[in-house]
Design a protein around this ligand. Structure first.
Ligand SMILES: Nc1ncnc2c1ncn2[C@@H]1O[C@H](COP(=O)(O)OP(=O)(O)OP(=O)(O)O)[C@@H](O)[C@H]1O
Ligand SMILES: [Mg+2]
Length: 354
């Protein structure tokens, strides 16, 4: 549905590119999250997608049309397929909910009868049938965003761009709006590009994710894969509140990069669904004679698939660790030795010696 090739945007030659050779693909019917810190270039990227910002170089194709080459009337026509919702809703305060939703239809020259027929349908899609005549000042944040979504859907777009559309909402309302977007995505087959700085938004609804940092695309792929095996430090740090990739600092302090005389391997096991019911821990104890000291663990559901990460000190496991890794791999689990923990007694002895 969307192809971005080598997209570069320079606003000011002195400060360098805001987008730096970004390439990614977004499939039809995907919910694609774009995540990055403030200033990473997320809003610039979506503005390039709907032609509001002209790229310095590179190519953007949306639904077969090269947006980056269009201008004037042909760009306006192409934009009908690309709707957008915003953090602060951007509703007209002088118009009712129905009036706001009618606006893009009026601008597109849709006949009045047709508009009158479409408004109740659109209000129903977003669950606001009772609020047709309410003004924005009489609506809650969540209801305003529902009006924004209905307005965005008015011209039957193929792509919905969302720039931080839930950032001004409380957690419960955020969840309701995300559920609505997912529902619209399923029912209408609408492709959604979701800009956010919250990994939890990505976890809840995105099928794919791209991580932007300093204008560069540093990771892109199915959400589950990026969450389970993040390659970049930035992705890991975004994920730290959601997935247990990193260890508590007090444990990290005790880790050595290579085995010492008085150390045990620290094992990280990633469960990605299928084998999650195997008695792995019992096997470690009974077959390998390891005393697992569990440091950290949790199971999350990403895109409806379970992802479990368990970190443990494999006490007494140093001599058998290669066989343990082979055993995990035979189950289809990902095992990794992330360090070596000094035994607390040895750590104490070292401290008093120095
Ligand atoms: N119209 C503009 N002219 C000049 N510089 C701009 C313009 N728009 C954005 N920038 C700069 O481009 C960089 C990226 O901005 P952008 O708004 O795309 O970031 P963002 O990832 O959306 O950040 P945030 O999470 O804060 O919304 C920033 O350094 C910003 O100052
Ligand atoms: Mg932004």
């Amino acid at each position: 549905m969307i192809r971005i090739d080598d997209l570069t945007k320079v606003y000011d030659a002195k400060t360098g590119p805001v987008l730096d050779r970004v390439s990614l693909t977004i499939g039809e019917g995907d919910i694609h999250g774009i995540i990055g810190r403030s200033g990473a270039g997320k809003s610039t990227l979506v503005r390039c997608l709907n032609g509001l910002v002209q790229p310095t170089s590179g190519k953007i194709v949306v639904s077969g049309l090269e947006i980056s080459r269009l201008s004037g009337a042909s760009l306006r026509t192409a934009r009908r397929d690309i709707a957008m919702i915003f953090q602060h809703f951007s509703l007209l305060s002088s118009r009712t909910a129905a009036g706001n939703i009618a606006l893009p239809l009026e601008i597109a020259g849709v006949p009045k009868d047709e508009i009158r027929r479409r408004i109740p349908v659109l209000l129903d899609v977003v669950g606001l049938s009772q609020k047709a005549d309410a003004y924005p000042s009489e609506l809650s944040g969540g209801q305003k965003q529902r009006v924004g979504i209905a307005r965005a859907l008015a011209l039957d777009p193929k792509v919905l761009l969302s720039d931080e559309a839930t950032s001004a909402l409380d957690p419960e309302t955020t969840e309701q709006i995300l559920a609505l977007l997912k529902d619209i995505n399923r029912r209408l087959g609408l492709t959604i590009v979701l800009i956010t700085h919250e990994m939890d938004v990505v976890r809840q609804i995105a099928s794919h994710v791209t991580v932007l940092e300093g204008g560069k695309c540093i990771e892109t792929g199915p959400t589950f894969d990026v969450f389970a095996f993040p390659k970049s430090f930035v992705a890991r740090s975004f994920l730290s509140s959601i997935v247990a990739h990193d260890l508590p600092p007090q444990v990290q302090q005790r880790l050595l990069p290579s085995p010492g005389a008085e150390s045990d391997p620290v094992l990280r096991i990633v469960f990605t669904g299928e084998a999650a019911h195997d008695p792995v821990i019992a096997t470690l104890v009974e077959q390998f004679r390891i005393r697992p000291n569990i440091l950290h663990g949790r199971i999350d559901y990403i895109d409806d698939r379970p992802l479990g990460i368990l970190t443990l000190i494999a006490e007494g496991g140093a001599p058998v660790i290669d066989r343990v890794l082979a055993y995990l791999s035979s189950l289809g689990l990902y095992g990794e030795v992330i360090g070596h923990a000094v035994r607390p007694a040895a750590a104490g002895a070292r401290r008093s010696a120095s």
